[in-house]
Design a protein around this ligand. Structure first.
Ligand SMILES: Nc1nc2c(c(=O)[nH]1)N[C@H]1C(S)=C(S)[C@@H](COP(=O)(O)OP(=O)(O)OC[C@H]3O[C@@H](n4cnc5c(=O)[nH]c(N)nc54)[C@H](O)[C@@H]3O)O[C@H]1N2
Ligand SMILES: Nc1nc2c(c(=O)[nH]1)N[C@H]1C(S)=C(S)[C@@H](COP(=O)(O)OP(=O)(O)OC[C@H]3O[C@@H](n4cnc5c(=O)[nH]c(N)nc54)[C@H](O)[C@@H]3O)O[C@H]1N2
Ligand code: SF4
Ligand SMILES: [Mo]
Length: 740
């Protein structure tokens, strides 16, 4: 008997509604749901291979415990929970609560109640040691927003843009920088409106190819490009003078700071045409609606993510790209309370350098969270307060954290490493306990547009309409499995420790202005483990659209408010203003301008990228079209100079280390650069067949690379490398390594 059910693919942030064919409780086929509004049947290959992912023989089906000889034995969930609880209790008694840390990886979102509950457990224990992937991603976004202030209504972003500026982001592959749905829709819409899309990326990406203009700067010089755009817009007075006069401080300081960034200077510094900067600036400055957004490229390629994100915010702000009084908000969260927006600014806040001080480096907390690049040192640095236990929730530090050698040493130095995973990842294989987690389709879930005043960053993520979908669990767990949802682990440990934790959903970093009047966190009744559905009910208690109504739309739906949500006027006497001329950011810009220019063009530079067929978190033979590894993509010209051909093995050497890789020619890669995806390969002590498991890029960067001074994020890409053929050159061209 085959049954067709509705659900949501949760493998990536696009959250596509899907149809799932189920036989005897197991998924046999998945396809996009043609009747889902907004998505209209869209899905990608990864989602369509969900049955293979769920039923893969390598899937972890029960908790594992590591024995002293390094081997693993399956144990029951009850035993794992009991033993982990005892270990935590002992560490807290002997070494204090700070010895316990939590890292939330990208897949911590698979179990939405988990990070709120994990965080609450940490707080109840009294430990401030909360880390997440955010600070090795784009943490400059949150700190920049704090230094700039927050508009108290949404940005225009996905709402009818006439211009989009994408900087080091590749929406057609990563689904970031465009609204959830069909990734090409917005591009097409802008085109139909006669507007422009501009992509800034050293690589001729899938997105660049479809854009109106592609600027191909030297890596690491995005600050110059954005400062150049600001220079032209301000010099030609294309900015929104009315909006700035009423709501923005610091324009004079900004104007002075970007004065040196003339199109000619930027052209020289970044290696692009001066006319292209002027064209992009005029398009951006004259459009009435639009947004600028950066991705991982610009944030990782120089230790300047905060400055870059600040200038990008300034660009949107001087162009007035925010919803104004009387405008109707297109996307409000149906499963959140009816929001209230005002056409006014919430002023800047303290954005970094507060809260917990890290022992080894002296760095402190920021709006983006504690710097994850310092976690290894917190574990390795002897003395009081040392981190001795780590809960690794849906992450894979061994291949994701910068500086693999130090990460591995730190993982091995822990008294207790507990991973939550669906397979024995590189980090799970070094853990003392691994909890086997459920996967999407096996658990219920809600998807909803967000009502947050300012989202993660203007135009980075979100919906273009008031979308919501509920899905129940639509498949059974694999027969004979002993799985726990990630949050259930936190609940059970808290309960065993006699602690009461909160169900409130809270992310590990801060989005939007400070909350007015902190409410005490709502707590769970610990006498009985709730169901996931009960938690969803708690979350949606005050929803604008009752959960039952959303459940009545199995394809998901767009739930516009009966009474449209319009932006209210500014409050009488309101003083708050956005700030585009922050003294420390202007100083940072001056320092950058005075610094060494064009240094990015010596030798070969390794850039980061993502690939469509795999995700850092999912890589199965059957969905990756035979590419189980992450090739070193190089321009064919650079390959020829080294006498290399497709699939040749090479050694890649950086200041931090050496790794084996396979090269692949790719004309979209700019000469003088190479490009490789992360989260592949093995730890240094594990035998590596590069053709099967790929290359650990994180062995080529290090935590002592330059750091962003505000977030502590190290430079993770734009790494100077040399490439050495492994075999003696078989072909004619010189086999000399580049960049020596
Ligand atoms: N298919 C797939 N999708 C994913 C993921 C995945 O692994 N696979 N991961 C998810 C996650 S965790 C994240 S954070 C997002 C990230 O989403 P994106 O930031 O869009 O990630 P990438 O596709 O790596 O795009 C980064 C781009 O930056 C460019 N770049 C590199 N250096 C520079 C530079 O110095 N300047 C400029 N301007 N560009 C530069 C690269 O060439 C690349 O095209 O993607 C998410 N989506
Ligand atoms: N050199 C370099 N380094 C980078 C980056 C880069 O571009 N270049 N990008 C950085 C970025 S943006 C990020 S976000 C980080 C990512 O860093 P991490 O989040 O630490 O790494 P992932 O590989 O995404 O780890 C996800 C883990 O979750 C597991 N998993 C999959 N599904 C589930 C599930 O349903 N439940 C549970 N519990 N686990 C599951 C996967 O098997 C995997 O082990 O890496 C960063 N590191
Ligand atoms: S992995 Fe593919 S199918 Fe799944 S949500 Fe993302 S885009 Fe949609
Ligand atoms: Mo990420």
């Amino acid at each position: 008997m085959r049954d067709r059910r509705h659900s949501t693919c949760r493998l990536c942030a696009n959250r596509c509604p899907v149809l799932v064919d189920v036989e005897e409780g197991r998924a046999v086929q998945v396809s996009g749901d043609p009747d889902a509004p907004l998505y209209r049947g869209y899905s990608c290959r990864r989602g369509r291979f969900l049955p293979q992912l769920l039923n893969d023989p390598s899937r972890l089906l029960r908790p594992m415990k590591r024995l002293p000889d390094g081997s693993f034995v399956p144990i029951s969930s009850e035993q794992a929970l009991d033993e982990v609880t005892v270990a935590v209790e002992r560490l807290v008694a002997e070494h204090g609560p700070r010895s316990i840390a939590l890292y939330c990886g990208t897949q911590s979102v698979q179990s939405p109640p988990a990070y709120g509950m994990g965080r609450s457990l940490l707080e109840e224990l009294g430990s401030p040691m909360l880390f997440s992937a955010n600070t090795i991603d784009q943490p400059g976004k949150h700190v920049a927003a704090g230094l700039h202030g927050y508009w108290m209504a949404p940005a225009q972003a996905f709402d009818r843009p006439e211009v989009i500026l994408w900087i080091g982001i590749n929406p057609l592959i990563s689904y970031k920088g465009v609204p959830a749905g069909v990734p090409r829709d917005l591009l097409r819409e802008v085109e139909e409106r006669g507007g422009h899309t501009i992509t800034v990326d050293p690589r001729r990406t899938e997105t660049a190819r479809l854009s109106s203009l592609h600027l191909q700067p030297a890596p690491g010089e995005d600050v110059a490009v954005v400062a150049g755009l600001l220079h032209v817009i301000l010099a030609e007075e294309l900015h929104d003078r009315g909006f700035v006069a009423e709501n923005v401080d610091g324009l004079a300081a900004l104007t002075a700071a970007v004065r040196p960034f003339t199109p000619d200077y930027v052209a020289r510094r970044a290696g692009i045409a001066a006319e292209d900067i002027v064209t992009a600036a005029r398009w951006f400055g004259t459009a009435r609606r639009g947004y600028a957004v950066a991705g991982t490229g610009g944030n990782m390629s120089a230790a300047r993510g905060t400055l870059l994100e600040y200038l990008i915010l300034a660009l949107d702000t001087i162009c007035g790209h925010y919803l104004r009084e009387g405008e109707v908000v297109a996307a409000t969260g149906p499963l959140a309370p009816r929001p209230m927006f005002r056409a006014q600014a919430s002023p800047p806040v303290t954005a970094y350098g507060f809260g917990e001080t890290l022992r080894a480096t002296g760095r402190r907390d920021s709006l983006a969270g504690l710097p994850t690049a310092d976690l290894a040192d917190e574990i390795l640095f002897e003395g009081e307060g040392r981190v001795r236990a780590l809960f690794n929730l849906g992450g894979n530090p061994v291949v994701a954290f910068p500086g693999q050698e130090r990460t591995v040493r730190s993982m091995d130095a822990l008294d207790l490493l507990v991973s939550f995973d669906v397979r024995m990842s590189q980090t799970a294989r070094r853990s003392h306990y691994v909890f086997a987690s459920t996967m999407c389709l096996e658990i219920p879930g809600i998807q909803t547009a967000s009502s947050a005043t300012v989202g993660y960053a203007n135009g980075y993520t979100g919906h273009s309409a008031s979308w919501a979908q509920y899905t129940p669990a639509v498949v059974e767990r694999p027969p004979g499995s002993d799985l726990l949802e990630e949050w259930e682990v936190f609940f059970e440990i808290a309960k065993r420790l006699g602690l009461q934790i909160s169900w409130a959903p809270r992310s590990p970093f801060r989005i939007g202005p400070p909350a007015q009047g902190e409410q005490p966190l709502p707590k769970l009744d610990m006498s009985r483990r709730p169901t996931h559905d009960e938690i969803i009910e708690l979350w949606t208690q005050r929803a604008r659209v009752p959960l039952e109504t959303v459940k009545g739309h199995p394809h998901g739906g767009v739930f516009d408010p009966e009474e449209p949500v319009a932006v209210l006027p500014k409050e009488e006497g309101w003083q708050g203003r956005l700030r585009v001329g922050s003294a420390e950011m202007m100083q940072a810009l001056a320092d950058y301008q005075g610094g060494e220019a064009g240094q990015a063009r010596d030798g070969l530079r390794l850039l980061n990228r993502r690939m469509i067929q795999v995700n850092s978190s999912y890589n199965l033979d059957r969905i990756n079209r035979g590419i189980t590894n992450n090739p070193l993509f190089m321009n064919p010209e650079d390959m020829a100079n080294l006498g290399l051909e497709d699939d040749d093995e090479v050694d890649v050497v950086s200041e931090a280390g050496k790794v084996r890789a396979l090269v692949k020619g790719d004309a979209s890669v700019m000469t003088g650069t190479a490009s490789m995806a992360h989260c592949f390969g093995e730890a240094p002590d594990t035998d590596l067949d590069v053709r099967v498991s790929g290359t650990p890029v994180s062995r080529l960067n290090a935590v002592d690379f330059p750091r962003d001074p505000y977030t502590g994020q190290p430079q993770m890409a734009n790494i100077r490398i040399t490439v050495h053929p492994v075999e003696p050159p078989r072909r004619t061209a010189a086999g000399r390594a580049r960049g020596n």
